[in-house]
Design a protein around this ligand. Structure first.
Ligand SMILES: CC(C)(COP(=O)([O-])OP(=O)([O-])OC[C@H]1O[C@@H](n2cnc3c(N)ncnc32)[C@H](O)[C@@H]1OP(=O)([O-])[O-])[C@@H](O)C(=O)NCCC(=O)NCCSC(=O)C[C@@](C)(O)CC(=O)[O-]
Length: 368
């Protein structure tokens, strides 16, 4: 085979397992560069433009639901504890396996999340479901630990401006504080997930260098995080900027340890995700009915909606094991409480037309 230099950056790495799984195909006439280790068939380099997700044999994608935390923290009306808990129960009943359920931040900063202890203590936990909580400092960690938690999330900022507004300290000071939390959690046998926020732009500092995000990501892994979620906090990312970022991040870690967390402010959530999938991302954060935002990030709006994500993934043939009929019901439940329509197009479009989840999957994948 003639190998020519690629015309377009970025290259992406597709591992042997993914090639065998049929996740990726390469359109031969567009190949700019292909290099496969003949012995192991382990690594192929393609330019991103050459790679298409065929998905028929795609492994499951892990959905990490943030509606009960990232979603509700941004609501002006206080959502009572029993409504939060019922939402979490409905999400679990729909088949969601990772549900970020509360945060233990200062109630002076985010009153909406001030009932974290009550939420976590009164939740009926479904076996096999993970209920992580967001932790800003040791004080929050100590409170959360009394609630029988198994996983926490720490959240340094990717930019100075947002760090000051969200955590009242510099990025470096934030990392030091989060290290104290992570050290304690690791000692206690509690899993630690890391977020980096403002990875594709900051409302105060503007564009952020992917190298800065890569450095913070590495630091989070060195603290013991099992996964780092890259947060486009204000939703300014595009498929192009996601590719630039991913190229830098996969130089410091492997894509199976990363999650993507897109706010959908500019309507780019799903196309951004597709750009991430090209790099082999296995975990995606989303929020029921597109709730979400951060009170300290000017201009931030809701997250990529879980209903939209699941429909999109079923269209690709990715089995999420989530029942879309029940998911839509969960979205309606919280939207009705908040007295506003779901910010999920799929939720609105499906309406009450489908009683059977299988019919929705057939439509999403256009299976005759
Ligand atoms: C970090 C702090 C606490 C610093 O806030 P501070 O004011 O600098 O903290 P402090 O240590 O000076 O304490 C001030 C007061 O708060 C209390 N306090 C202090 N900590 C706690 C605690 N854990 N639980 C309960 N109380 C606490 C503390 O005891 C004291 O009480 P006082 O003596 O005045 O009575 C504050 O800035 C904070 O809570 N920030 C969190 C803001 C937040 O929740 N933002 C939204 C989440 S981030 C996000 O949404 C982005 C993400 C993760 O989703 C990713 C993405 O979208 O890209």
């Amino acid at each position: 085979m003639n190998i020519t230099e690629p015309k377009y950056p970025p290259k992406i790495i597709v591992t042997g397992d993914l090639i065998k799984s049929g996740l990726y195909i390469c359109i031969p006439e567009n190949i700019n560069k292909v290099k496969i280790d003949d012995k192991t068939k382990d690594v192929a380099l393609f330019t991103a433009e050459n790679v298409y997700n065929t998905s028929s044999a795609v492994p499951e994608l892990r959905i990490y639901e943030v509606g009960a935390r990232d979603g509700l923290q941004n609501e002006s009306k206080f959502v009572p504890t029993d409504i939060k808990i019922e939402l979490i129960h409905k999400l679990a009943a729909a088949g969601i396996k990772n549900i970020e359920s509360a945060s233990f931040v200062s109630p002076k900063w985010v009153e909406q999340m001030s009932d974290g202890t009550e939420v976590m203590k009164n939740l009926k936990r479904t076996s096999g479901v993970n209920y992580p909580v967001l932790i800003p400092n040791l004080k929050g960690y100590e409170t959360a630990k009394k609630c029988n938690i198994e996983e926490i999330a720490i959240f340094p900022a990717g930019s100075e401006g947002f760090s000051q507004k969200n955590l009242n300290c510099s990025v470096e000071e934030g990392l030091k504080r989060f290290k104290l939390v992570a050290d304690q959690a690791v000692k206690d046998g509690i899993r630690v997930r890391g977020y980096v926020s403002c990875v594709l732009g900051c409302p105060y500092d503007g564009p952020i260098s992917p190298k800065t995000i890569a450095r913070i990501t590495e630091e989070l892994f060195s603290m013991g995080c099992y996964e780092v979620s890259l947060g486009d906090t204000i939703g300014v990312g595009t498929a192009g900027s996601v590719r630039k970022l991913m190229k830098e991040i996969v130089a410091v870690t492997t894509p199976d340890k990363l999650a993507l967390h897109f706010h959908d402010t500019y309507g780019q959530g799903l196309s951004n995700l597709l750009a991430g999938l090209e790099f082999g991302i296995k975990t995606v954060d989303s929020s029921i009915s597109g709730l979400g935002g951060c009170p300290f990030a000017r201009g931030a709006s809701g997250n990529l909606a879980t209903e939209d994500l699941v429909y999109f993934l079923y269209g690709l043939g990715v089995n999420t094991n989530v029942d879309l009929v029940k998911l839509v019901e969960a979205g309606r439940y919280i939207s009705n409480f908040l007295a506003k329509p779901p910010a999920s197009k799929v939720n609105l479009a499906l309406g009450d037309r489908f009683k059977n989840h299988e019919d929705i999957i057939k439509m999403a994948a256009c299976t005759v």
